[in-house]
Design a protein around this ligand. Sequence first.
Ligand SMILES: *Cc1c(COP(=O)(O)O)cnc(C)c1O
Length: 396
Amino acid sequence: MSNPTFAPLTPPRRVLMGPGPSDTHPRVLAALGAATVGHLDPYFLQVMTETQTMLRQVFRTANELTLAVSGTGSAGMEACVVNLIEPGDKMVVCVNGVFGGRMADVAARAGAQVTVVERPFGEIFDASQIAEVVERVRPKVVGIVHAETSTGAHQPLEDISKVVHAVGGLLLADTVTSLGGVPVEVDAWQLDAVYSGSQKCLSCPPGLAPVTFSPRAVSSIERRRTKVASWYLDMTLVRNYWGQDRAYHHTAPINMNYALREALCVTLDEGLDARFARHAQNHRALKAGLAALGISYAVAEGVQLSMLNAVVIPPGVDDARTRRQLLEEFGIEIGGGLGPMKGKTWRIGLMGETSQPRNVLLFLAALERCLGDQGFGCPPGAGVAAANDFYRRRTA
Ligand SMILES: *Cc1c(COP(=O)(O)O)cnc(C)c1O
């Protein structure tokens, strides 16, 4: 008998152009409905092994300790911090947006002596600024966000990795938004602890956090004097489940892991370089269209993320009204500003499966309508025409 109170679940079909989750591939959604097996079933163990192999390819690493934490991107952040930090350890956290701020909070809760180094929201860090701080503080760990989803800024990591290692520190990087959308070179850049999330450029529903730890990070974990503060996220326990022993730790979310496996297959079938190029191309088309509407980016040219376009809301345009109209009339979700950028910016995501010409064109056409309805004077059709022009020139 059906429940008399609640109708069957029928979520609306959206175009997910916010800061995550992104649109999913049908193959990924189908995996969520596949038969659940036990978490120690040989079939599932095979799925875990395949997932690890593909995660290493996506992270471009040979790191043995590479797995998917059962939890969202924030669980990946906590996992990296609590495994590397013991009470009293020094950690430098680079804060130029909301997620860097969250990392500083997580580090302090883990008992780290935190030194925050700041840039204004939307700007990036220069290796020399970090060098000055790490030479003075001599931290065990430096934490930094590769793709700051709150501001749309793309932080280069390679030179910062060198200055951190020069003082014997470990570099912890947040690649939640970057992984699968722009290059993340864990081995080439010598990143020591890296976490991501399933729902951004990997285009899987939220619920898993890929992580990877360098041999240097693993030996630091093995030298701990105290137990990891979180039982659930303790890599010395979790790795026995994902490693040879297959010792029960917690029940892995089986179907979520199926979905991540499929999302990784889709990503690698496309090819990482092709995927990065697709993200870059659709970002440029969107930018051409927005420029024709007189809308500019909130971060400087050269540091803009392709998958997260933070743009300045034109004066006189109502933020909430525009986003509501986009959602209700066109089924398009975009993000508002976070922190000090609240009410000032929109965050337009072109992550993973969402990064398609049809979504760029649909969004621009819908935005033109919303702006027109508010009397914002832009030439009708100018945004769509500019984006089409960009695509036409690319294929000519
Ligand atoms: C989304 C995001 C997170 C948090 O991930 P959740 O899945 O929401 O827990 C952390 N860092 C960055 C840069 C993000 O974009």
